[in-house]
Design a protein around this ligand. Structure first.
Ligand code: SAM
Ligand code: SF4
Length: 362
């Protein structure tokens, strides 16, 4: 007899009850879910895996999110900024090794000095790489003017995770003040889209107090927002954060399994978006990113941060790839992607197909 999961996968109508059934899928049903996600991934994005060189530009942050190891109140880390030369060197490395794109990731700062510096660096990188290179920024919530300045300078993509689409849960994992406001974050995503960026968002899976219902709401939130890109990873504790001691939480293996399920459902519901295999997956399972690529993800992010800074960009405990050089990461990336029969799209910027189609309709 056909299972209910099989029926849902055939009919492809997704509201909260259907998503909850998929999130609960086990054994043969879980296998069916993964098989469907993989089929849809191959049909819509092929076997290509796009590379994004990750440059962790700075761990200085004005915010105090309760889960994050580089939050402002953590006085036990060494704060750093990469120099202009280091950012340019890492970008050149990505370009000359045919990575197709980079992601500049940092804590959130709003000072004119910071805004101007990012603007100048983006312009320089764009000059070196020409138009056929993806420049993604992930520098938090900024004003419309700032997003516009960075877009005009040459940034084409922006990643801003909503973290959780449930406002109550959001308020529990952030301080209660104006700079950690849920509606402002939602609004930032709308502004980014309006400006013309390829917009990515995502969540952490396994936050204290999070339920399967929250995850189902998150998935529908991303669908409704009509996102182009998605970055999702398991929540992992950091020992210097308020969320370190918390009980109402799934164990690490369950968080890992649930993350894979969420990724599979997202691929099935949002067929042609770009989905990243997050680094946090690898901190729980040494083949975590490959497992994500196998079933749903089509983006891999080798770390290009100069090695002596990596330990200080610790968002969570046991972060992987902190000792390897960019050259080591390059060799390792190729081997890992080939292991799961992925085809590295060297030299391709890998714009999200969803974005290309969205733009062609305007
Ligand atoms: N500061 C920017 C922001 O918050 O959007 C960009 C950098 S921030 C470090 C990138 C992402 O790291 C966050 O959106 C969050 O999802 C993730 N992150 C932070 N702490 C984490 C943790 N303890 N476990 C897993 N992911 C975490
Ligand atoms: Fe800062 Fe981003 Fe970490 Fe929040 S998640 S403390 S904004 S770096």
């Amino acid at each position: 007899m056909e299972s209910i999961v099989s029926k849902i996968l055939q009919h492809q109508k997704f509201s909260i009850p259907e998503i909850l059934i998929l999130l609960n899928a086990e054994n043969e049903d879980e296998r069916l879910l993964y098989q469907k996600a993989r089929e849809i991934k191959l049909l819509n994005t092929g076997d290509k895996v796009y590379l994004r060189g990750l440059i962790e530009f700075s761990n200085v942050c004005d915010k105090d999110c309760f889960y994050c190891g580089i939050r402002k109140s953590n006085k036990r880390i060494k704060r750093y900024f990469l120099s202009d030369e280091e950012v340019i060197k890492a970008s050149r490395f990505a370009f000359s090794n045919k990575y197709g794109s980079i992601v500049l990731l940092s804590g959130e700062m709003k000072s004119e000095k910071f805004v101007e510096r990012i603007e100048r660096l983006v312009k320089q990188i764009r000059q070196i790489t020409g138009d056929e290179f993806g420049i993604t920024l992930s520098c938090g919530e900024q004003s419309k003017t700032t997003y516009l300045r960075w877009f005009k300078a040459g940034a084409t993509r922006y990643l801003l995770r909503i973290e959780t689409a449930n406002e109550n849960l959001y308020n529990k994992i952030h301080p209660n003040d104006r700079s950690h406001d849920f509606q402002s974050r939602v609004n930032s995503l709308a502004v980014l889209k309006k400006i013309g960026y390829q917009v990515g968002t995502g969540i952490m899976v396994g936050l204290p107090g999070q339920t399967l219902l929250h995850l189902a709401e998150d998935i529908l939130f991303m669908k409704k927002l009509d996102i182009d890109m998605c970055g999702i990873g398991p929540f992992i504790e950091h020992h210097e954060t308020p969320l370190f001691h918390h009980n109402n939480i799934w164990d690490l293996d369950s968080r890992f399994d649930l993350t894979l399920k969420v990724l599979a459902i997202i691929r099935i519901m949002m067929k042609n978006i770009n989905i990243a295999a997050s680094t946090a997956l690898q901190s729980i399972d040494k083949f975590g990113r490959e497992k994500a690529i196998q079933l749903a993800a089509n983006v891999f992010m080798p770390n290009l941060t100069p090695v002596h800074y990596r330990e200080d960009y610790s968002l969570y405990d046991n972060k992987s790839c902190v000792k390897e050089s960019p050259d080591d990461c390059q060799i390792c990336t190729t081997a890992r992607i080939e292991m799961v029969n992925g085809n590295i799209a060297f030299g391709e910027p890998g714009d999200s197909t969803h974005y290309i189609l969205r733009k062609s309709k305007v």
